[in-house]
Design a protein around this ligand. Structure first.
Ligand SMILES: N=CN[C@@H](CCC(=O)O)C(=O)O
Ligand SMILES: [Zn+2]
Length: 411
């Protein structure tokens, strides 16, 4: 099946060859073709070019995209989409003055979601999670990572990972699974946190690997959660099972999680709201992608990742949602791109690069996603009629998307 899009006002992120990631000043450039055509053959990008030199093409379907923009779909490399219930009551508590930390100390937060998850049947968790996945696909997300981390028992963690597996089987969007058993210390282990680490490392991790339920390992390396020593121990153990690190670091306190991640060749280090000069320095010359989650900063009223310092140091940066019930009940990558521009002072070009090519890197999908390149999967966004691509982040909160295609099919 051949689908031809004609008269495209501007085709964004056009790359002749696959590139794995963009860093520093490279992110300022967003290659585009104005007044373009795009040919999709089955599930792949077949060809593209300028309208004034369009060859004769026999397509099964021709779509006139006059006034509209086409860009690769968003690559959201950090989410917790699989969960049960919600935490609206804590939202009200926070409005009334309690901090995220105070809520967690009262047994709320991650432990609250873990209790709900444990009590909810797998089918129901699947149903609620599938609904969220469909919602983010309609918002332009064309590749996504999903973490466990609300199980916090062997049964609960495996339940979450099986739900992710079922989503992988039932949806065409690529989904990468991450094991986040070390997300919070369960109440019963409060006085003996090492015993919980032992459970995660010795019992749950081998099962996860044996059933092939995750590709990545994650840990919340943070004061009151898991230490740098825990991080080293877990990442070393996970390496033996072939799980690569993508870890939560520097959200509230810079305790050395970035350096631990780098030592274990982490694919990404995520959050980075609080960065010391040595944290930026240690990322230089590594293959680790820094990932910012600005909608989490918005929701929790915490600092935004210092994108300018990161980019001005010549480093790459990816953007993701962090969609979860506690710190970011939103999976809207369009809002993330807007916030990156408005609050983190990224240019629209930098933000679009961070949410497409660099997001694909943080998902290990650079070969197949993240740009308009011949042979890549036909995952892209067709906008409504808009004046320019800058309008996307500028008109924050506006839905500028007309349709989203995954593997060449409208979702
Ligand atoms: N910070 C750790 N984990 C999540 C929040 C989890 C929750 O509050 O439920 C995050 O990335 O923000
Ligand atoms: Zn997270």
């Amino acid at each position: 099946m051949k689908q031809l899009f004609t008269n495209i006002k501007e085709l964004l992120q056009v790359r002749e060859n696959t590139i794995d990631k963009l860093s520093g000043v490279e992110m300022k450039e967003l290659p585009t073709i104005k007044n373009a055509w795009l040919l999709i053959e089955d599930d792949k990008i077949a060809d593209y070019g300028e309208m004034n030199s369009i060859p004769e093409i026999k397509a099964d379907k021709t779509i006139d995209a006059e006034g509209k923009i086409i860009l690769p779909s968003w690559c959201d490399s950090h989410t917790h989409i699989v969960y049960a219930g919600n935490r609206e009551l804590e939202f009200a508590d926070r409005i009334n003055g309690l901090s995220y930390e105070e809520i967690a100390n009262r047994g709320g937060g991650i432990l609250n979601s873990a209790k709900t998850l444990q009590e909810t049947p797998e089918e129901e968790v699947y149903k609620q999670s599938a609904k969220r996945l469909e919602e983010v696909m309609k918002l332009g997300t064309g590749a996504v990572e999903i973490k466990s981390g609300y199980g916090l028992t062997e049964e609960g963690e495996l339940k979450m990972l099986r739900v992710i597996k079922k989503l992988q089987q039932n949806y065409e969007i690529p989904i990468k699974a991450t094991f986040l058993g070390a997300h919070a210390i369960p109440k019963e282990y409060k006085e003996k946190p090492d015993a919980y680490m032992d459970l995660v490392i010795e019992k749950i991790l081998p099962k996860v690997a044996e059933e092939n339920l995750a590709e990545y390992i994650d840990i919340f390396c943070e004061k009151g959660y898991f230490s740098v020593a825990d991080t080293h121990k877990l990442l070393s153990a996970a390496k033996n099972f072939g799980l690569k690190p993508k870890i939560h670091v520097n959200q509230f306190n810079p305790i050395g999680g970035i350096q631990a991640g780098i030592e274990h060749e982490a694919l990404s280090v995520d959050h980075l709201e609080v960065m010391r000069p040595e944290d930026i320095e240690s990322l230089k010359g590594t293959t680790t992608m820094p990932v910012a989650l600005p909608s989490c900063s918005l929701f929790l009223s915490i600092p935004y990742t210092p994108a300018r310092e990161i980019l001005d140091a010549g480093l790459p940066l990816a953007l993701a949602t962090d969609f979860n019930p506690g710190s970011t009940p939103s999976g809207n990558m369009n809002l993330v791109v807007s916030l990156a521009c408005i609050k983190m002072k990224m240019t629209p070009e930098e933000a679009i690069n961070a949410a497409t090519i660099n997001g694909a890197y943080a998902l290990e999908l650079s070969e197949t996603h993240g740009s308009i390149t011949k042979g890549k999967q036909a995952n892209f966004i067709l906008t409504k009629e808009i004046p320019s691509y800058t309008f996307l982040p500028y008109a924050f909160g506006t839905n500028s998307i007309e349709s989203v295609f995954i593997n060449g099919k409208a979702v």
